[in-house]
Design a protein around this ligand. Structure first.
Ligand SMILES: [Zn+2]
Length: 222
């Protein structure tokens, strides 16, 4: 079954809730429980429609949109500082590397494609994975420093298009988002279960690198 999806902000909660339930099963070593948990979102495919982004450029490879002057360790610090919450919609984020760990474990149910190819990647990547975006663009003197970066869902980054992040409405953090850590607490267990039962999408050392980035203290960041 392949679903053609138009992402709404409700999808953020739908995917985050489903993956949270699956993560609890994984942490307790329950592979079949995790498989059952993800059934409501299994086998969905991203078909490249964002209803709220009609005026934005067509959804393209997020890697192409990603600021070049921002390193992965800095990205991790920005996400941690913003408590894994999108500053555009206030919704929960789950880092791409954690989503990849889910895809490693369930490659058919939760497909990953490194270039976000339409029809080949699960829409949860667009809905949940955060980007570190400039508040002030390069053209306006903005830099790749942490203070000039903010956390946005990949899909919200497309939605906001060329608006400055500083011009976006301030979003109150919803109650259910307080205490949210992007499922980082389950990340090692998801990796381990994927290594035992799944199929690695990522290069050698990918998860280890991101584990290191996320375990660094904020004050050590450049
Ligand atoms: Zn968002």
């Amino acid at each position: 079954m392949t679903a053609t999806l138009t992402l709404e902000l409700e999808d953020v909660d739908r995917y985050a809730d489903t993956l949270s339930t699956a993560a609890r099963a994984i942490v307790s070593g329950d592979l079949e429980g995790a498989r059952t948990s993800i059934e409501p979102i299994a086998f969905e495919r991203w078909e490249g429609h964002l209803r709220s982004a009609a005026k934005a450029s067509p959804a393209t490879d997020p890697a192409e949109r990603r600021p070049r002057d921002v390193t992965d360790p800095v990205r991790a610090q920005v996400f941690l500082r913003d408590e894994m919450t999108c500053t555009y919609c206030g919704g929960r984020c789950i880092p791409q590397s954690v989503l990849v760990a889910f895809s490693d474990l369930f490659p058919d149910e939760l497909p990953y494609h490194r270039n976000y190819r339409r029809g080949a990647i699960h829409p949860m990547y667009w809905a949940l994975a955060p980007e570190a975006d400039h508040k002030f663009a390069h053209a306006r003197g903005g830099t790749g420093e942490i203070a000039n970066l903010t956390t946005l869902h990949t899909m919200c980054n497309v939605r906001k298009s060329d608006a400055l992040a500083t011009e976006l409405p301030a979003v109150d953090r919803p109650e259910h988002v307080i205490g949210w850590h992007g499922l980082l607490e389950a990340y090692p267990s998801i990796i381990a279960m994927g290594d035992a039962h799944g199929k690695r999408h990522s290069a050698e050392g990918y998860h280890e690198r991101w584990m290191r980035h996320f375990s660094r203290k904020t004050e050590q960041a450049p």
